[in-house]
Design a protein around this ligand. Structure first.
Ligand code: DC
Length: 220
């Protein structure tokens, strides 16, 4: 079973996805981490980020692996490094390149196949592009100010001014939603859950109901 959980930044995707994965005893894939690792590689190579050919070339020999929740770039643990503000600021530019997405989407599909074909996969385009046949598709949303407040509580935001985090979030939303390839948008068959006024438990419960319904459908 593939459970696709999409939505914008700061909506609580990671927390909720990890909880659902634990309840279902399924592996969890944070696809944002794969784009962040690609971005770190491009930054380290020093290539102009808006030059698709140069970014693709920088990624050519790169290996990106997700192992036991750690992110490895060429065998090096970059789990913390990919959360740096420089990576966050650059990731929308890098992930907008179609040939970067092609490469990273292939990696994501292979990861799920290598883990037995069942997983909770979180991202922006999982239900629309990466796994259009996912058994459960959820699109989490929340008002921008709520998302900014949630982001402010994340480790990556520690010690940074709240207005900087809000500005970053809004800019990244705009870039992710307006890019030509695989923009952030709900799949037509996704269930949209507005989490603005819901706690984590309520969101997880809602998703578990959808999972139970999908399991019933599969049985009948
Ligand atoms: O979830 P995150 O903030 O770590 O994601 C980082 C960026 O990666 C996000 O701004 C857009 C991009 N992304 C994407 O384009 N498609 C995905 N499936 C996941 C993330």
């Amino acid at each position: 079973m593939v459970i696709a959980i999409d939505g914008p930044g700061g909506v609580g995707k990671s927390t909720v996805s990890r909880r659902v994965a634990a309840l279902m005893s399924l592996p969890h894939l944070d696809t944002g981490a794969t784009y962040r690792a690609a971005t770190l590689r491009a930054l380290e190579a020093g290539v102009p980020l808006d030059d698709e050919d140069a970014v693709v070339e920088a990624l050519r020999d790169a290996t990106i692996e997700i192992v036991g929740g750690r992110v490895l770039l060429d065998g090096r643990d970059v789990t913390a490094a990919i959360r740096a503000p420089e990576v966050t600021a650059a990731v929308s530019t890098v992930s907008a390149h179609p040939r970067v997405r092609e490469r990273i989407v292939a990696l994501q599909r292979r990861w799920v196949a290598d883990h037995g074909g069942s997983a909770v996969v979180e991202g922006r385009d999982i239900g629309t592009v990466v796994f259009p046949d996912a058994d459960v598709k959820v699109f989490l949303d929340a008002r921008p100010e709520v998302r900014a407040a949630r982001r402010a509580g994340d480790a990556e935001a520690a010690g940074r001014p709240p207005e900087e985090i809000v500005g970053e979030l809004v800019a990244r939303d705009r870039a992710d939603s307006t890019r030509e390839v695989s923009p952030l948008q709900p799949a037509p068959d996704a269930v949209i859950v507005d989490t603005s006024d819901l706690g984590i438990d309520a969101v997880v419960d809602r998703i578990m109901q959808l999972v139970a319904r999908a399991q019933d459908r599969a049985r009948s």
